[in-house]
Design a protein around this ligand. Sequence first.
Ligand SMILES: *Cc1c(COP(=O)(O)O)cnc(C)c1O
Length: 221
Amino acid sequence: MEKIRERLEEVWERIERARWRRDPHQIVQLVVVTKYLEDIAPLKEMLELGQRAFGENRVQELERKAKLLENEPVEWHFIGNLQKNKINKLLKLDPFLIQSITSLELAEAIDKRAQKPVSALLEINSSGEPTKHGCTPEEAVELYHQILEKCPNIRLKGVMTIGAHTDEVGKIRESFRLTYSIFEKLKPVGAEICSMGMSNDFEIAIEEGSNMVRIGSLLFR
Ligand SMILES: *Cc1c(COP(=O)(O)O)cnc(C)c1O
């Protein structure tokens, strides 16, 4: 318990300091990424400490953990690459937020299968790295509008990105800044969430305007 508590408190503090550097009014939500964990005991401890938002990148694993935590007040975030044949399974789990819509095609597939509106983010490949998923920054605004228009069962709430995979702070910052500039263009049509920042770069992301960070390894390794 002590170790989990200490690590979580340290992360909360670092978020707090970064948020103040940006803007004292900036509120930043923490999504604890649980993909490295077998055992759910640490998640129960976190729930007791008030941490409710958890993220998984595989539907199968989200299902397993969601069942084990069935009676707990968890907000599940899906943050991974979503295959079409897993959409129904994911929707049954009633995710709080699907962070990883990457195309109109995927959005329409989710829209068609959803029995009720589901909240989601548009994932942007802001670094241009070919290994990363997400739409291009150039197409993001147009695509966002198309999804709003064509997918009544998808409640688009904003954007998500993964920072550039490099040690060069300038490049990482640039990918976040680009994503934030797209987010700003989408605020008039209801974008509220700018999800960016992971264990190695969340402070830079917050300085660039992130209001949702997704942190795993820093807490569990
Ligand atoms: C794994 C993952 C994270 C968390 O990464 P850490 O570096 O472990 O904090 C965040 N976002 C996505 C999309 C991930 O796949």
